[in-house]
Ligand binder design. Structure first.
Ligand code: NDP
Length: 419
């Protein structure tokens, strides 16, 4: 029996809230707190009467540490699950420290304003030192380690699908299948079709920033950076079929490079159709992906935020998206002196997700692990003072929970590999 505060009420939060309500033995009470309270109330309205979980709602500005601290103190949750945007990670971590409550999220910190000179100075330094130019990285949140240790609190970072489930797959492979993992290829395939010429499956601003950035991978102890979409491969995904996929920088590479001992190479690939890439290139070329404000008719607007207003809300894609996702990892390494390769993956059907929780599979595959991560912390199965990535805990209870709560996985011991 526990009490969870969920911050944010978008596509991912909606799934996590549905799942907490299905799991009321663990989550007896939840609070949904977000910028737009009417969205929280509408979700509560939909679920109340169908669950034992007691739901309350609140308005909160998660950029404001004092306001957040006050709300957390007044509700007294066992943990806070951050499903707002990566921009709010640090303010929510600060508020959790102030209020003495555990913290959980699904995406690492990224600043909203990448022109902020103070942030930029640290960023430029990091680019030189680490060798990758992504706007997001773990250094900001890992820096809270000592504070969380001293406070006796747990911060669990990155419990979505990727990062999240993919990282738990790595810990599971390490524990049960390998003495030494040499390479990891993380493959994220969305074989779904929503019927729009162009839309993103989760927050457009975060999604487009990620996809239009340089790619990178980890090899022999350092980062190798590529041009955006420079490395392309084709893969025949179980239950989806052949798709083109492109190498991207992705946040779990950073933590897995640190936490999987001796790993030599980690790459991340995501599938994109040609139409998506052409739309994105065009938007980028005309400046619509820019995060720097421009003046228009006497008003300051941020192009990518304006674009977000024009694009379909990812939360509305559910009813019209058909097809499946397939996300997983190919591990190569040695066991008892012999080389081996395994592929652990989950397949998720967009329409089945919609029938269950009225969301498409991209929100579903993130919201379910968000609930599971919160469950690991509030039940004490994954609880120790400090700041941790998911692969630093025992993967077994999490893997069992994936099977139970809607994301069953398969281990293939003879997979197609990626060149
Ligand atoms: P949405 O944009 O759909 O939802 C974000 C929610 O946060 C909205 O309800 C928004 O409020 C709220 N919010 C934004 N700013 C504030 C603020 N200052 N104060 C309070 N609430 C705020 O995003 P998604 O649901 O698609 O994504 C949620 C998170 O999940 C993101 O961090 C994303 O990066 C992460 N993610 C992780 C994945 C993984 O596999 N690890 C995959 C996909 C997403 P409002 O309703 O008013 O706009």
């Amino acid at each position: 029996m526990s009490r969870l505060m969920i911050i944010g009420c978008g596509g991912v939060a909606s799934v996590a809230v549905h799942k907490c309500c299905q799991n009321s033995q663990v989550f007896s009470e939840i609070m949904i707190a977000s910028r737009t309270k009417s969205k929280c109330d509408a979700l509560k309205e939909k679920l109340q009467g169908k669950t034992e979980t007691k739901i309350t709602t609140a308005q909160v500005d998660a950029d404001n540490v004092e306001e957040l601290t006050e709300l957390i103190r007044s509700y007294q949750p066992d943990a806070v699950l951050n499903l707002a945007l990566p921009y709010q990670d640090l303010t929510i971590m600060d508020a959790c420290l102030n209020a003495g409550v555990d913290y959980i999220d699904t995406a690492n910190y990224e600043p909203e304003d990448t022109d902020d000179p103070q942030w930029r100075e640290i960023y430029e330094e990091r680019c030189k030192k680490e060798g990758f130019t992504a706007y997001f990285d773990y250094s900001w949140q890992w820096a809270y380690k000592e504070k969380y240790e001293k406070a006796g609190l747990t911060a669990l970072l990155g419990t979505g699908f990727d990062p999240g489930v993919t990282s738990v797959f790595a810990a599971y492979a390490q524990k049960h299948y390998f003495d030494q993992i040499d390479t990891i290829d993380i493959l994220d395939c969305n074989g779904g079709d929503h019927g729009y010429p162009f839309a993103t499956n989760f927050n457009p601003e975060i999604n487009l920033r990620e996809v239009s950035a340089n790619g990178s991978y980890w090899e022999n102890g350092h980062w190798v950076e590529t041009e955006p979409m420079e490395i392309k491969r084709e893969y025949d995904f179980p239950q989806v079929g052949k798709k083109d996929m492109y190498l991207l920088h992705h946040e779990e590479i950073e933590s897995l490079a640190k936490n999987i001992p001796g790993v030599k190479r980690i790459r991340f690939f995501m599938t994109f159709g040609q139409s998506y890439l052409t739309h994105m290139k065009c938007l980028e070329n005309v400046g619509m992906l820019s995060t720097s404000p421009v003046e228009f008719n006497g008003q300051e607007i941020v192009p990518i935020q304006f674009l977000r207003k024009l694009l379909p809300d990812p939360a509305t894609l559910g009813p019209r998206t058909v097809g499946k996702t397939n996300i997983g990892c190919i591990f190569h390494g040695t066991k008892d002196g012999k080389e081996k390769t395994i592929y652990i993956y989950n397949v998720c059907d967009h329409q089945e997700c919609y029938r269950e929780v009225e969301s498409q599979a991209v929100s579903y595959t993130t919201g379910v692990p968000a609930m599971i991560g919160a469950m690991m912390v509030v039940t004490g199965q994954w609880k120790k003072p400090g700041v941790f990535n998911v692969e630093e805990f025992d993967p077994d209870p999490y893997m069992e929970a994936l099977n139970r709560w809607g994301l069953p996985w398969t281990v293939c011991e003879d997979p197609e590999t990626v060149e």
